[in-house]
Design a protein around this ligand. Structure first.
Ligand code: GSH
Length: 232
């Protein structure tokens, strides 16, 4: 049995975390049986982040390691239709989504002042006082520090949107007329792509990065296709 530990659903997406949504989308793309346990505190995870899974009695953390472990242990064929070049392309798409576009999304939700004004009440309004007065700024400060160390938060909003435009254009061009990043069938990269793109395009937040993502008709249609087929 697979148990997925993740944040609760909110903001008009199955999960407001691109990494939690990635793992649950992968479970649906592969048709695996699973159950969900929701947590609000990522500190309960073995690596201090969500998602993590329990596969029988083994705990596996980090979306990339979860997908690899499930593919190896359960001999999943989701990428079997890809040749070596297509596998390389799928990995590049996965890394672009996880390690760059999702980080830009974190910036425009948590650090950009307008994005923060929208996110803060949406995520924290239900906390009791005095936690409501303390926790949001603590979490924001931690995320700012991490993004400064990583480097992204040293750029201006305009420079970050220019990076995002390159990412979104590349994804739109790579998808082209195909239904999935895997071609006629989904591949593991579709889990990452949907995890972050749905969190930009379908999420109820309306920050400048979400607005930009909604300008790409190929990506909007992609999110609708995956939502209708795997999340209806
Ligand atoms: N590399 C991890 C990233 C997961 C991640 O960043 N999760 C965020 C939520 S989207 C989290 O739990 N953050 C809490 C923290 O950093 O304290 C993965 O792919 O699973």
């Amino acid at each position: 049995m697979i148990t997925l530990f993740q944040f609760p659903s909110s903001l008009n997406v199955p999960n407001p975390s691109p990494f939690c949504l990635k793992v649950e989308t992968f479970l649906r793309l592969t048709g695996l049986d699973y159950q969900v346990k929701t947590l609000r505190n990522p500190g309960k995870g073995p690596k201090g982040k969500l998602p993590f899974i329990k596969l029988d009695d083994e705990v596996v953390a980090d979306s990339a390691i979860i997908l690899r472990t499930l593919q190896e242990r359960l001999a999943l064929g989701i990428d079997n239709h890809l040749d070596a070049a297509a596998r390389g392309r799928a990995l590049a798409i996965t890394r672009l989504c996880d390690e760059h576009l999702a980080q830009l999304m974190v910036y425009f939700r948590w650090i950009d002042d307008a994005g923060w004004a929208e996110l803060k009440p949406a995520f924290f309004a239900s906390l009791p006082m005095p936690l409501r007065a303390l926790v949001p700024n603590l979490v924001r400060g931690k995320i700012r520090k991490a993004l400064l160390a990583q480097g992204l938060a040293r750029h201006s909003g305009a420079e970050l949107l220019a990076f995002a435009r390159e990412d979104l254009q590349a994804l739109s061009d790579m998808l082209g007329a195909a239904p999935y990043f895997g071609g006629l069938q989904p591949c593991s990269a579709d889990a990452s792509a949907y995890g972050v793109l749905a969190n930009l395009i379908h999420c109820s937040l309306n920050n400048p990065l979400s607005q930009l993502a909604r300008e790409y008709p190929v990506l909007v249609a992609y999110c609708e296709r995956l939502r209708d087929k795997f999340w209806a």
